[in-house]
Ligand binder design. Structure first.
Ligand SMILES: Nc1nc2c(c(=O)[nH]1)N[C@H]1C(S)=C(S)[C@@H](COP(=O)(O)O)O[C@H]1N2
Ligand SMILES: [Mo]
Length: 323
C-alpha cells in the first residue's frame, strides 16, 4: 500500500520526456537509423567553450542595431503577481523541438542556428507584402520591455521580461485586406542544423496560428530580446511570438514567415495530436488536458505553485475576444 506514487504533472516536468513530447519520442527511432551518429560527427557543439546560462553565444557580437536599442524602456502597464524567473533557469529549461526534446540540452544544440542574416516575410492577404531584415525591424519598430507570464501546457510556468514590439505595429505596415481572418506563423526549416527536424513524420516546419483579432490584440507581442538583451537562440532568436494568455506552444520561436489568410491554418501541435492541443489553446484551469489537470501550475526555479487563472490572468485584455 502506498508504494505506487502517481506523479502530479508538475512533478514530472523535469524529466527528459515530458508530457507534451510523448508523441515525438523519436530518439530511439533516430538511434536505430544511425542518425545520431551522423549528427555527432557533423556537429561539435558539445565541446565548444561557450557562454554561461542566459548569455548569448560569446562569439555573437551585438549588431549595431541591437547596440542602439538594448536595454529598451520597460512598459509599466504590464505588471506581475509573482517574482521574475531567474534568467539562468529560463535559459536552461526550453521547449524547442527542432533541436531536441530534452529541455536542458536545447541551449547547446541551438548554438548551431545562424541568426544573421535573417529575414521575416509578411505576406498573404495584405496590401503591401514585405520582407523585413531583422536589423531593419529593430531600427524601425517601437521596442519596449514587458513583464509577461508564460504558462506551458505541461503545467509549469515562468515570468520573464521580453523586449519587442506589438505584432499589430508590424501588421499596420503591410495593411491586412478585409478578407484576411487568420494569421499563420512559420519557423525555419533546416534539418541539417536542427536534428529534431530529421524526424520526417512530424509536420515541420513548426507553425502556429491566431485569428486576426487575436493577432491585433495589444498583448500579442513579437519578442526580439529577453532580460534586457537580444534573445539567446534557445529562446527563439532572432524573433519569436509571446502570446501570454495562451499555452506556451502558441508562442512560436525563430519566425521566418507571417501570412494573412482567409482560413484557419493547420498548426504543429494541433496536427500532431489535435485532441490534446486545440487551435485556440487559451489557458483555462477548468479544462483539463486529457492526461493531467490544468488547475495549478508550478513556477520553474522557485517551485512555487499557483492556481491557474483563466486566460493566464490576462482577461482584462482578451475577455472581449471570446464574449
Ligand atoms: N519553433 C518552436 N517554437 C516553440 C516551440 C518549439 O518546439 N518550436 N515550443 C513551444 C513551447 S511548447 C513553449 S512552452 C515555449 C517555450 O519558450 P521558452 O523556451 O523561451 O521558455 O516555446 C514555444 N515555441
Ligand atoms: Mo509548452
Amino acid at each position: 500500500m502506498g508504494l505506487i506514487k502517481i506523479p502530479k504533472p508538475w512533478e514530472i516536468v523535469d524529466r527528459d520526456v515530458t508530457p507534451e513530447s510523448v508523441y515525438m519520442n523519436r530518439r530511439s527511432v533516430l538511434k536505430g537509423m544511425g542518425v545520431l551518429g551522423l549528427y555527432a560527427i557533423t556537429h561539435t557543439v558539445g565541446c565548444s567553450p561557450n557562454s554561461g546560462a542566459g548569455n548569448r553565444v560569446s562569439e555573437d557580437p551585438l549588431s549595431p542595431a541591437e547596440k542602439a536599442v538594448y536595454p529598451a524602456k520597460r512598459n509599466p502597464r504590464f505588471t506581475l503577481d509573482r517574482r521574475l524567473t531567474a534568467e539562468a533557469i529560463a535559459a536552461r529549461f526550453n521547449n524547442f523541438y527542432e533541436f531536441t526534446d530534452i529541455k536542458k540540452d536545447v541551449e547547446v544544440h541551438a548554438r548551431a542556428l545562424k541568426t544573421r542574416p535573417w529575414t521575416l516575410e509578411v505576406s498573404g492577404h495584405v496590401q503591401n507584402p514585405r520582407t523585413f531584415d531583422i536589423d531593419q525591424l529593430l531600427k524601425t519598430m517601437p521596442l519596449e520591455e514587458r513583464l509577461y507570464r508564460l504558462r506551458c501546457v505541461e503545467a509549469w510556468a515562468m515570468a520573464v521580461p521580453w523586449t519587442g514590439f506589438p505584432l499589430k505595429k508590424l501588421l499596420e505596415q503591410v495593411q491586412p485586406l478585409s478578407k484576411a481572418t487568420h494569421v499563420r506563423f512559420t519557423s525555419f526549416y533546416k534539418p541539417f542544423t536542427a536534428q529534431g527536424q530529421l524526424a520526417f513524420w512530424n509536420p515541420w516546419p513548426y507553425a502556429e496560428g491566431l485569428t486576426l483579432k487575436e493577432a491585433q490584440n495589444d498583448l500579442t507581442f513579437l519578442a526580439t530580446g529577453i532580460y534586457g538583451h537580444p534573445l539567446p537562440r534557445q529562446h527563439g532568436a532572432p524573433i519569436r511570438l509571446a502570446v501570454p494568455w495562451k499555452y506556451g506552444f502558441k508562442s512560436i520561436k525563430s519566425i521566418v514567415k507571417i501570412e494573412l489568410l482567409d482560413y484557419r491554418p493547420a498548426t504543429f501541435w494541433n496536427t500532431v495530436q489535435g485532441l490534446e492541443y486545440d487551435f485556440l489553446a487559451n489557458v483555462n484551469p477548468k479544462i483539463p488536458h486529457p492526461r493531467w489537470s490544468q488547475a495549478k501550475e508550478k513556477m520553474i526555479g522557485s517551485g512555487e505553485i499557483f492556481p491557474t487563472q483563466l486566460f493566464n490572468g490576462y482577461g482584462e485584455w482578451v475577455n472581449s475576444l471570446y464574449a
